[in-house]
Write a protein that binds this ligand. Structure first.
Ligand SMILES: NC(=O)c1ccc[n+]([C@@H]2O[C@H](COP(=O)([O-])OP(=O)(O)OC[C@H]3O[C@@H](n4cnc5c(N)ncnc54)[C@H](OP(=O)(O)O)[C@@H]3O)[C@@H](O)[C@H]2O)c1
Length: 231
């Protein structure tokens, strides 16, 4: 059966490839990011399966805009993937208040408010997946430059456990995947020259399957998805 999934950060990297994969499998993706042109390109390739939703997830009205589209079209959703993310690689002593705020707002606050705003649109048996990082996984190796990023990702994983408890009566499962390094623009910008062992298409294949079926096996879980490298 075809499902409807909201994916943030669908314009590039892992979110883009996951949106493509789900569209290829015949599912419908509400594709969220700020880059309208890139979302429109995605729609051109999969006209029946992609709905571009150009917005900044840190805007106060982000959840309302997605909700209005769902309400106006009498639609429900089966999944919400909090994939959009920002990484500012700087030593702890150089991370500014603005750096902390930006990473906090995109990586943690927006997923919380979007989940809250869209709660009434979920079908029973839905799945919320947060895309966290090995940097935010308790007990993992930590690396200089990633304090703010890793703290927000650790918070995102904890938020996921809390949402799983809050949403269990509504039968909405919530799980967090802590990814290791994947070869995307984010990785190339933050760590020039580093080569990841995983391509975004490979991660997208795994994520698509997890989004569609993971809620049958997991709820409130923080799962490392790594070959042992940092992320
Ligand atoms: N790549 C890795 O090695 C790695 C490892 C561990 C975890 N992760 C996580 O995986 C996720 C995807 O990462 P990636 O490597 O694919 O990153 P990426 O290539 O930099 O893509 C990031 C995506 O987030 C979107 N985004 C950023 N700020 C946004 C905002 N304010 N509103 C809406 N969308 C926004 C971007 O879209 P626009 O610019 O169009 O808005 C873009 O589509 C992130 O959460 C990241 O932390 C990545």
């Amino acid at each position: 059966m075809s499902k409807r999934i909201v994916i943030t950060g669908a314009s590039r990297g892992i979110g883009n490839k996951t949106s493509k994969k789900l569209a290829e499998l015949g599912h419908h993706v509400v594709a969220v990011s700020r880059s309208e042109d890139l979302l429109n390109q995605l729609k051109e390739n999969y006209p029946k399966n992609i709905t571009p939703m150009p917005l900044d997830i840190t805007e106060e009205s982000a959840g309302e805009k997605i909700g209005r589209y769902l309400k106006d079209n009498d639609l429900k959703i089966d999944g919400l993937v909090h994939n959009a993310g920002v990484l500012i690689n700087k030593p702890f002593t150089e991370q500014t208040r603005a750096d902390w705020q930006k990473q906090f707002e995109v990586n943690l606050l927006a997923p919380a408010l979007l989940s809250k705003g869209l709660k009434s649109y979920f079908n029973t048996g839905s799945h919320i997946v947060t895309i966290s990082s090995m940097g935010g996984f308790q007990g993992s190796s930590k690396f200089p430059g990633l304090s703010a990023y890793s703290a927000t990702k650790g918070g995102l994983s904890t938020l996921t456990e809390c949402m799983a408890a809050e949403f269990s009566d509504s039968r909405i499962a919530c799980n967090s995947l802590c990814l290791g390094a994947v070869q995307t623009e984010m990785l190339a910008q933050a760590f020039p020259g580093v080569e990841a062992p995983v391509e975004p298409e490979e991660m997208a294949d795994y994520l698509a399957e997890f989004i569609l079926t993971g809620h049958k096996f997991y709820n409130g879980q923080i799962l490392p998805v790594t070959l042992g490298d940092p992320g």
